[in-house]
Design a protein around this ligand. Sequence first.
Ligand code: GLC
Ligand code: CA
Length: 592
Amino acid sequence: MHWNRNLALFAAAAITLGMGALKGSSQDSTNEKNWWRNAVFYEIYPRSFADANNDGIGDLKGITAHLDYLKELGVDAIWLTPIYPSPQVDFGYDISDYVAIDPKYGTMADFDRLMTEANKRHIRVLMDMVMNHSSDKHKWFIQSRASKTNPYRDWYVWHDGKGETATDKGKVPNNWASVFGGSAWEWDDKTRQYYYHKFYVQQPDLNWNNPKVHQAFKDIIAFWLKKGVAGFRFDAITTLFEDPAMADEGVVKDKDGNPEIQNGEPVLENIKTDNLPGVHDVMAEMRAHADKFSTNAYPGTRVFIGETYLPNIAELLKQYGTPEKPEFHLPMDTQVLLINKMDASAFRARLEDAEGELGANVPLFVFDNHDNPRIDARYGDGVHDTDIQRVLSTVLFASKGAALFYQGDEIGMKTTPPTRKEDVKDPVGQRFWPTYKGRDGERTPMQWTSAINAGFDSPTAKPWLPVPANNSTINVLAEKSDSKSLYTWYRSLIQLKKTNAAFSEGSDTMLDRNNPSVLSWKRVAPGAPPVIICANFSADPQSVDLVSQGIPEGAITTLLKTPGAADPASLKHVNLGPFGVYIGQLQFMISH
Ligand code: GLC
Ligand code: CA
C-alpha cells in the first residue's frame, strides 16, 4: 500500500478512529474472508494451560474455562498443539489417531463444547496438523512394519541397510540424522529394513510419494474442517520429502574448516531432508482441498499457518505459493524468532524484508513457541526483562500483518528448565543433559494466580511439570489489575491493532536507518495520519530526532509508551529510557 501523493498535504485536525472503523455489519462477509490478515493468534500448549480435573495435565475443559480471559486479551484465534490420541513420547506430536481426542485432554464432546463456546466469543480454533510423521503406534505403522508385503508398507520410508545380508543388518543407508540426535534410521528386525524418522524413533516419517498418504490427510483435514475449525498449523512441514538419490548430507564446517559439533554430533547441512520442492505441490493440493470448505455451510477463510524454519526471505516467499496455486496463508517468519539478540539493525533488516520482499502476501511474525527457550532466556539481560519484552511485543503487534504469540508471553513467564536430570520430561533433554536440557523449561504450567500450583491445578494436585516459584509475582491475576504490567502492555497493543487503522493496516517504513540502538518506523494507511514507533534496543537512554527523518515538526498524540516515560515535547527529541518504547500518531497528514 502506497501513500497517494495527490492526496498529500491535506491538513487535518485530530482524526480519531473509533472502534467501529474496522467493523460494521455491511462488512461482515469481507471480515469473514479477511479475518486472518490482521489477526492475533495465540498458541495454546494444552498440557500446560489449565487443568480442570486436577490430574496434573491441562485439558480441553481447562481451555474452555479460560476463553473469557482470551477474549478480554483480544485474541482472534487459538492454535492448539496436538490433542489427538498419542503415546505422548513427543507430547502429542506422535499421533496414533488423527480423528479423535486423547482421553488425557478430554472427549470429542469436550472438544465440541470448546468450539461452541469459542464461537460465541468470536474466537476461532486452529488445530495442529502433523503430516511428516505419525506415532509408531498408529495403525498405519503397525501394519507397515508387519511385513514387506503389507498394503501399508509403502506408507512409510523403508530402506535396506548398506551391505545388508540375511544375517547382517549392514550399515545405515546414509548419514542422515534425527533432529533429536543420532541416526535418522532405525533398524526393524522383523522385516529386516531400516525406517526413516526425522524426529524421535517413535515418529516414523510418512512416505509422501504415496498418493494414499495424500488422500488420508485430505480426509483428516476434511474431518476437522467439518467440525468447524478455522484452519491448521502445519507441523515440521518443510521435512515431508527426502532426496530420492539418498545422498549423504554435507557436514557444516566451522571457521577453521573443522566439522562443527553440536551436542557431541556433527552439524549437517540439512538440505537432503529439508525444504525439498515437493512440499509445494502437497501444500497447494491441501490448500485447494481446504478452500472448497469456504462455503455458506462453513463461512470464513480456513487458514493455513506453516511451521517454516527457512534460511531466508526468498524461501519464505515460496511458501505462500502463487495466486493461481496458493499454499500457506501465513507461513511463520522465523527469521525474526532466530535473531536471539537485542540488535536493532537485525530487526530493521527483517522488518524491511517482510515489508519489501513478500509482495501482497501477509507476514506472520513469531518470537516464541513451545520449542524454544522463552523470550527472557533469548533476549533478556536479567535486569530489564519486562522492558525488553515490551520492545519485542511492539515489533510483533506494531508491524504489518498477523501476529502469533505463545501462552504466558503476555505475562512475561520465564524459562524454567529442570535442575536435575531425573526430572526431565522431554526425551531430547535426557539425551543431551546437561548441555541441552530439552524443552521443559518453556512448557511449565501457565501462571494464573499466586496460589500454590498457580491456579493451573488445585494446590494439592501434582502438575506434570513444576510451577516456577516466580508465580508469586508473575501471574495473570496480579498483572490484570496493574496498569504497568506486561499483560496490560500486550492488551493495549492488541487493542491498538484492532482499533487504529494505521497501526493495524499501515505499510511499514523504517526511519533513522543507521541508528544502531533505536528501531524507528512509520506506519501509513490511506486516510489516516501516520503512526510513529520508536523502540530502544539498548540499555542506555536514547533520543530520536524525527524531524531530521523528514517528519515535519507538529503535534503527536501518544498511543502507548513505556510506563513512567514522558511525552515528547518535540518531534526533534523523542526520549527513550533503557529499552523504552514510544508509539504516537501524528495529528496531521504528511506527503510521504
Ligand atoms: C515441531 C513441533 C515440535 C515437535 C516436532 C516434531 O517442531 O513444534 O514440538 O517436537 O515438530 O513433531
Ligand atoms: Ca487434566
